[in-house]
Design a protein around this ligand. Structure first.
Ligand SMILES: [Zn+2]
Length: 176
């Protein structure tokens, strides 16, 4: 039979799950305005549930051992290390350019926008990410007086970038 009370409880739980930020904000605001009351409640609750912390600890421990957690964690780590690596490479490049007193600079966001404009495609061989990894290439090499401005940048896969070396080559989108 349809249980209205149970149903409301269920949908409230669903709503809370999908509006975590809002719930947290409300709780924070409520706590700010009712500090004493909340602390009292908590004390009272802990007195009536002496093994609550232990249970919570065990539940979290169990969750950390679950496949769901492991998958989530691995995806997060992978994503973090990918963005972090990209950021580090970018920083290295900017540092090298500054040392060589090369004119111009661009942000990591500029580079990400550029990759999107090129549809994540290598300008020379036409292969796409994630099959290949795109690297920053100076269309007119720095050694030939090229600048480090975004208009002198194109994405190339590692293969094409190392093959290109110091040469100025024609790209997929017309000659230079
Ligand atoms: Zn390529």
């Amino acid at each position: 039979m349809f249980n209205k009370k149970e149903h409301t409880k269920q949908s409230l739980r669903e709503w809370r799950k999908h509006n975590r930020e809002r719930v947290r904000m409300h709780e924070r605001r409520f706590y700010q305005n009712n500090k004493e009351k909340v602390l009292d409640w908590n004390r009272e609750f802990r007195k009536n549930h002496p093994d609550y912390d232990k249970k919570l600890y065990l539940r979290r421990k169990k969750y950390r051992q679950s496949l769901e957690y492991k998958v989530k964690r691995a995806t997060y780590d992978q994503k973090w290390s990918r963005t972090h690596r990209e950021y580090r490479n970018y920083q290295d490049m900017i540092r090298r350019m500054r040392l060589r007193k090369v004119k111009g600079s661009f942000t990591l966001q500029d580079w990400q926008d550029l990759k999107r404009e090129y549809n994540y495609t290598c300008s020379l061989c036409g292969r796409k990410e994630p099959e290949i990894k795109l690297t920053i290439d100076h269309i007119i090499p720095i050694s030939k007086g090229g600048t480090n401005e975004i208009k002198n940048i194109q994405p190339l896969c590692i293969n094409c970038n190392s093959k290109k070396g110091g040469e100025v080559l024609t790209n997929l989108y017309g000659s230079l």
